[in-house]
Design a protein around this ligand. Structure first.
Ligand code: MRU
Length: 349
């Protein structure tokens, strides 16, 4: 089994992240030495993707505890990091996990214990994603017909860049490619932040056939029978299977159902929030107007709309569980459309 690239690395106890705001044009690393720098990296989307912001949040809390480790300092750092992005539950999940680990300890031991917990969380994330990949590969194999390539569609970026390794939606695609299967990926641009370009970059690095499309071309391709399955990641999954993911996911799920194409969500258990009964209680992040009004590219920024216009920029949407054929976790596949929910799957795992 090949290893996976990762968007973060720890060297001599220092965290380095790949700055995703510079990709796909430039590969640039940034050193994260304080909790404030970790919070900035998450809020500005130098790091992004639900599992990755959880991991960087955990390191951020450990960095805060190296400076001050009393209960008040811990609570303040945790709140500051949690406030950066509200939708992906992995962030608050990771912060809670680190806090639970260190609270019973004397102050002097907390920084080191928190750092070790953050490292463990990364190892577990990679293992979970590899397991998700294996379950996804089994599903992809069911689509393969002799002599014909498998055409998958994805949205946003749920590859290794969005996690600590392997990715979620892309993990099975990497494994299918490594297994010698003929796979091709339709990659939607994902306006306004264009995370689809990150997916295209990842797939190109791995030598996997892919085609970039405008978001609005997805329905046509499904209607034309050129897509065998849609596979996306998730930022928060409610107890009934309703799924928050990058805005535009819901429209793809609707088009997939209309064209009778399987729609899969791949995510680790750290993305499932059993405290949310359904998608209605998942907070949707609203991001800055500028993301829509300014285009960012290799040659800098271009303003495409004057600031006097009203702009509404929700970063995520909710795909109802009944539109999801398979929810692929590290413990197996939940058939949401058939009425299964994550709650029943976990108790059976
Ligand atoms: O706003 P982003 O880029 O952080 O949103 C990321 C997504 O919506 C991903 O699809 C999701 O986090 C899954 S990442 C494995």
């Amino acid at each position: 089994m090949h290893d996976t690239p990762s968007p973060l690395r720890v060297e001599h106890d220092v965290l380095h992240i790949l700055d995703q705001t510079a990709l796909p044009f430039e590969r640039r690393e940034v050193k994260i030495e304080t909790a404030r720098q970790a919070a900035h990296a998450i809020a500005s989307m130098q790091v992004r993707g639900a599992p990755l912001i959880g991991a960087v949040g955990a390191f951020g809390l450990a960095l805060a505890l190296r400076e001050a480790a009393n209960d008040d300092a811990l609570a303040a750092a945790r709140d500051m990091l949690a406030a950066t992005r509200p939708t992906a539950v992995n962030l608050s999940w990771a912060l809670a996990r680190v806090a639970r680990r260190v609270l019973p300890l004397p102050e002097a031991a907390r920084g080191e214990a928190a750092w070790r917990e953050a490292m463990a969380l990364c190892d577990e994330d990679r293992a979970a994603n590899l397991a998700i990949g294996r379950h996804t590969l089994a599903l992809i194999r069911t689509l393969a017909q002799a002599g014909r390539r498998v055409d998958l569609m994805t949205h946003c970026n749920a590859g290794w860049l969005a996690t600590t390794g392997w990715g979620t939606a892309l993990a099975g695609i990497y494994l299918a490619h490594q297994a010698g299967m003929d796979v091709h990926v339709w990659v939607s641009e994902t306006r306004p932040r264009n995370q689809g370009l990150l997916t295209a970059w990842e797939l190109a690095e791995a030598g996997i056939a892919h085609t970039l499309i405008a978001d609005n071309a997805a329905g046509l391709l499904m209607q034309q029978g050129r897509v065998d399955a849609v596979v996306i990641g998730a930022d928060r999954i409610a107890a009934n299977g309703d799924t928050a993911n990058k805005v535009g996911s819901y429209l793809k799920a609707l088009a997939a159902r209309e064209s009778q194409i399987p729609f899969w969500v791949a995510a680790p258990w750290s993305t499932i929030d059993l405290a949310c009964a359904n998608g209605g209680s998942i907070p949707i992040e609203l991001r800055a107007d500028e993301e829509l009004c300014i285009l960012r590219g290799m040659d800098g920024m271009v303003r495409q709309l004057q600031p006097e216009h009203d702009v509404h920029n929700p970063a995520f949407d909710i795909t109802p569980a009944h539109l999801i054929d398979a929810l692929i976790t590290e413990t197996g596949v939940v058939r949401c459309r058939a009425g299964e929910t994550p709650v029943t799957d976990r108790s059976g795992a």
